[in-house]
Ligand binder design. Structure first.
Ligand code: ASP
Length: 301
């Protein structure tokens, strides 16, 4: 990445971090804070969510998102959206205004209509950088099909290691009342097929919040995060195993997930406000801010 590009990522992270923090500073809820931060990142074409999301095999953006309230473990999730401008806002509506937790595809968009959500053509989400990324992925796949069929798994792994592949956005927060919340939004993985849904909108895998333990939002190779139920497992180790949040995240991300071959990381906050940013990949775009004066933005280790 060029220094200029790094600075752009940093500015995007900073804007979202500060906007979310401003909500908390004005006694707003953790739910509003994570919604605000994630919605801003969805609008930033650099990240893999909303505008600038990665493309599926057909070159279409298909978006997933989830939100969870740690106070009462209410949750809302959406998957396979093609036209709703802010997937995280729709996930919030699912949580607040529907009797369900997860809505997908055309049905989710039908619900969005009833909620007066803003619709956009799919082209709104597409960027040249993502088109080029899809093209590279297709070329790698056809290379591996002609002669290296046995290496298909390897190709997918390389893709997951591609820095630009992990741009899923997420936020976790603890507010002045001690309530936790988590939100995640993504375009999934480049070249995904057949209505593939990743971990981000799966409650317990990519997104989880419970005041009794912690709030977690994940990014990484979603199939592994689903199989490891990463977000809930971290919270469960805190709740039942009496591990600190840092120990729990370390065990799940650096041992359990890594031993399966899964790359990625999490951001997490516990009921005492401890912040953890843990990843086993080379890098993870991340930021943290707290009332004790901590304020950081980072990309690499
Ligand atoms: N976890 C996301 C998914 O698999 C992708 C990512 O974090 O970049 O859908």
């Amino acid at each position: 990445m060029t220094p200029d590009r790094e600075a752009e990522y940093g500015a995007g992270l900073e804007a979202a971090l500060d906007a979310g923090y401003a909500v908390l500073e004005h006694s707003g809820s953790s739910l509003d804070a994570v919604t605000t931060a994630v919605e801003l990142l969805e609008g930033n074409p650099l990240f893999n969510a909303g505008r600038g999301a990665v493309l599926n095999f057909q070159g279409v953006a298909e978006l997933d998102a989830a939100i969870m309230d740690g106070k009462d473990r209410r949750a809302g999730a959406v998957a396979g959206l093609r036209h709703v401008q802010s997937p995280i806002q729709l996930a919030r509506k699912v949580m607040d205004n529907s009797p369900h937790v997860m809505l997908v595809g055309a049905g989710a968009e039908e619900f969005a209509l009833t909620q007066g959500m803003r619709f956009v053509p799919n082209e709104y989400f597409l960027t040249d950088a993502r088109r080029a990324q899809l093209q590279r992925k297709r070329e790698r796949e056809s290379d591996s099909e002609s002669g290296h069929a046995g290496r298909a798994g390897q190709v997918l792994h390389t893709e997951a290691n591609d820095l630009s592949a992990f741009g899923t956005v997420g936020a976790v927060a603890r507010d002045l009342e001690g309530n936790l919340a988590a939100a995640t939004s993504t375009g999934g993985t480049t070249g995904k097929r057949w209505g593939r849904v990743g971990d981000s909108p799966i409650i317990g895998a990519g997104t989880y919040a419970d005041n009794a333990s912690c709030a977690v939002s994940s990014t990484g190779h979603g199939e592994y995060f689903i199989r490891s139920v990463v977000a809930h497992d971290i919270c469960a180790r805190v709740a039942y195993g009496k591990l600190t949040l840092a120990e729990a995240a370390d065990e799940v991300i650096n041992r359990k997930l890594r031993s399966m071959g899964g790359d990625g990381g999490v951001i997490a906050v516990d009921s005492r406000g401890n912040l953890v940013l843990e990843f086993n990949s080379e890098s993870m775009f991340r930021g943290a801010r707290s009332s004790d004066g901590r304020r950081e933005i980072a990309i690499y280790r």
